[in-house]
Design a protein around this ligand. Structure first.
Ligand code: ATP
Length: 242
């Protein structure tokens, strides 16, 4: 895939596959275009940018198909840096989770409510039933990110995209959210993309995609990817762990 504006190519010839149950870390210097890459995949690239080439989700071609025009199975769940961006501030947590599960605003039936409550328990909420009645603003940053993970798991997607989901969290909550993300990808056989600036986080992922200077530097199991390029960015990362 190539992403470009009228003035320049942001990237050229990026090509990789994400498989079920696999969490892929995406690393590259700040401003290089990691968010734009995932936005192209998700179908909400800014209008000034276009993607050429192929993006296939579950076998269907979706390059330049806006998110809103895609079938549910071609819409990735997206987890942002700031969960408040992703959640509707005026709708209760229960309302948002019901919408993700049923695609409707009607009250959940008993079985649906149990599905939601069980998921919140798995994601570490101590009082899931109380949480359902709260607005996003009444939760902590870490709790909001866990609700975003829950929204992703309840929707019919099998691609989860997380853009620096822990950058606003303390280190303990950060570890917990990353553990939940990785576990959720494995347990639900999703493909996961995680943009991160943290090398230790990237090393714990199944694969690492390294990008700089408008190109893909390396892709593969993290240590192999890091060893596989002589580009300055990769050398600097290698120095951090040697
Ligand atoms: N709305 C837009 N219209 C046109 N070009 C844009 C737009 N938003 C971003 N860009 C271009 O995309 C480039 C990369 O931005 P992006 O946010 O993807 O970088 P990033 O690698 O995710 O950065 P960071 O690590 O700092 O979050 C920007 O430097 C800019 O040139």
């Amino acid at each position: 895939m190539t992403i470009s504006s009228q003035e320049k190519n942001l990237f050229q010839d990026i090509s990789f596959s994400a498989h079920a149950g696999e969490l892929i870390a995406i690393m590259g210097p700040s401003g290089i275009g990691k968010s734009m890459l995932t936005r192209a995949i998700a179908g909400f690239l800014p209008s000034a940018l276009t993607a050429q080439g192929s993006i296939r989700i579950n076998g269907s071609e979706v390059a330049n198909v806006p998110l809103i025009q895609r079938a549910a199975s071609q819409r990735p769940a997206f987890i942002f840096q700031d969960a408040l961006q992703a959640l509707n501030p005026l709708v209760s947590v229960g309302g948002q989770l019901t919408l993700a599960l049923t695609s409707s605003r009607t009250r959940p039936n008993k079985a649906q409510k149990q599905t939601i409550v069980s998921l919140l328990e798995q994601l570490g909420f101590e009082s899931p039933k109380d949480t359902l009645g709260k607005l996003p603003s009444e939760l902590s940053g870490g709790q909001r990110q866990r609700i975003c993970i829950a929204v992703g798991l309840l929707s019919s997607t099998n691609l989860l995209v997380a853009d620096e989901p822990t950058s606003a969290l303390d280190p303990i909550t950060e570890r917990e959210i990353l553990r939940l993300l990785s576990q959720s990808v494995k347990d639900n056989q999703l493909a996961g993309l995680l943009i991160t600036h943290d090398l230790h986080t990237a090393l714990e992922c199944d694969k690492l995609l390294l990008i700089d200077d408008g190109q893909m530097l390396a892709f593969g199991p993290p240590k192999e990817a890091l060893a596989g390029s002589t580009h300055q960015f990769c050398c600097s990362l290698r120095d951090l762990i040697s």
